[in-house]
Design a protein around this ligand. Structure first.
Ligand code: SF4
Length: 332
């Protein structure tokens, strides 16, 4: 949600920073509100206000716009990305006043880790207090430098969960969707319970993990006979992993396969049309291969999946791909 308070805050920042030109980046879920927000803000300040029209799924993607100020909505900063003229507005929310937590408690162990999307990070401390009062010990792990808050997880970084995984029986995730909790379940090997305020639902993630692994195994089997691979590298500031692509090219060469590294901004089927490769490997946002396989006419693997396919890792060690901060205890 973006309301009057947030729009007034943007107007105040524009005045305070004396910005004359401003671009606003919206998360995909707010597309319907974009035009209204820009028009409202135009009515409040004497500055040129522009709507950034490209899709934006994370703080890995900061608009490269020739303006004095960028408002980046719905995401927290990625610690290692320099963003001098960017103001982040995380659009955080409160949990609704329901019995969701009561419903989640029976599924948790004696000691649980608390994790959330950035929207519900402020609720982690309150949930910890409530759980403690009910006899459940709850801990909130510190993540690496890619994360802004303890307990926060991204679709590409589960380091806050991994940091406490050995101390807990389960995790409780506050937020919508299954991608983040699936990632935590695979990264930690622990049970993950989802407290989903958007669907007013508490759910176990086990079936979703199995389904996702089944689909990824199928994509790997389709890629198995491939001789020529396209390695995708995104040029977005927080997704660019050229060194990883170089190491994958080397691995493929050692295994007698051919590969070409493809640099692009957006990983879409249209941008890869006509490329004469048998399979793709994405080093860009880890969600692309997993969430968007159905849009591509070729198998698109994560770096981990390629390593398993080439016999460099075991399927039993399968995890989702992560982009770690430079200080991560797992960043070797
Ligand atoms: S790389 Fe993907 S999961 Fe990570 S912040 Fe960017 S959009 Fe989100």
């Amino acid at each position: 949600m973006i309301g009057d308070w947030e729009i007034q805050k943007m107007a105040d920042e524009i005045v305070r920073l004396k910005a004359k030109s401003v671009a606003i980046q919206f998360p995909d879920g707010l597309r319907k509100r974009m035009v209204d927000v820009v028009l409202e803000l135009k009515g409040k300040v004497d500055a040129n206000i522009y709507l950034w029209g490209d899709p934006c799924y994370g703080a890995c993607d900061i608009a490269d716009a020739p303006v004095d100020l960028i408002f980046h909505l719905g995401h927290a900063p990625l610690g290692h990305i320099e963003s001098k003229n960017v103001v982040y507005m995380e659009l955080q929310k409160e949990l609704p006043d329901t019995d969701l937590l009561e419903r989640a408690i029976p599924s948790l162990g004696e000691k649980t880790g608390l994790i959330s999307s950035v929207q519900y990070v402020p609720e982690l401390l309150r949930v910890r207090q409530s759980l403690t009062a009910k006899g459940v010990e709850a801990v909130i792990g510190e993540g690496d430098s890619r994360l802004s808050y303890p307990g926060q997880v991204l679709g590409c970084n589960f380091s806050s969960a991994r940091s406490v995984a050995n101390d807990v029986d389960s995790f409780l995730y506050l937020g919508g969707g299954n991608f983040h909790p699936i990632g935590v379940a695979l990264a930690t090997g622990k049970k993950v319970v989802v407290l989903d305020p958007e669907r007013d639902e508490v759910r176990d993630i086990d079936d979703a993990v199995d389904e996702m692994k089944r689909l990824r195994f199928a994509a790997m089997e389709i890629a198995r006979p491939a001789e020529t691979f396209g390695i995708i590298v995104s040029m977005k500031v927080g997704q660019n992993r050229l060194e990883l692509a170089n190491s994958l090219e080397e691995l493929l060469r050692e295994k007698g396969k051919r590969s070409v590294t493809i640099l692009l901004d957006y990983v879409t089927p249209e941008n890869l049309l006509g490329l004469d490769v048998d399979a793709l490997v994405s080093t860009a946002c880890p969600r692309v291969a997993v969430d968007e396989q159905a849009r591509f006419d070729k198998p698109i693997l994560t770096p981990t999946e390629l390593r398993i396919l080439l016999g460099d890792m075991e399927w039993d060690d399968y995890t989702l791909d992560e982009i770690l901060g430079s200080d991560s205890f797992n960043s070797a």
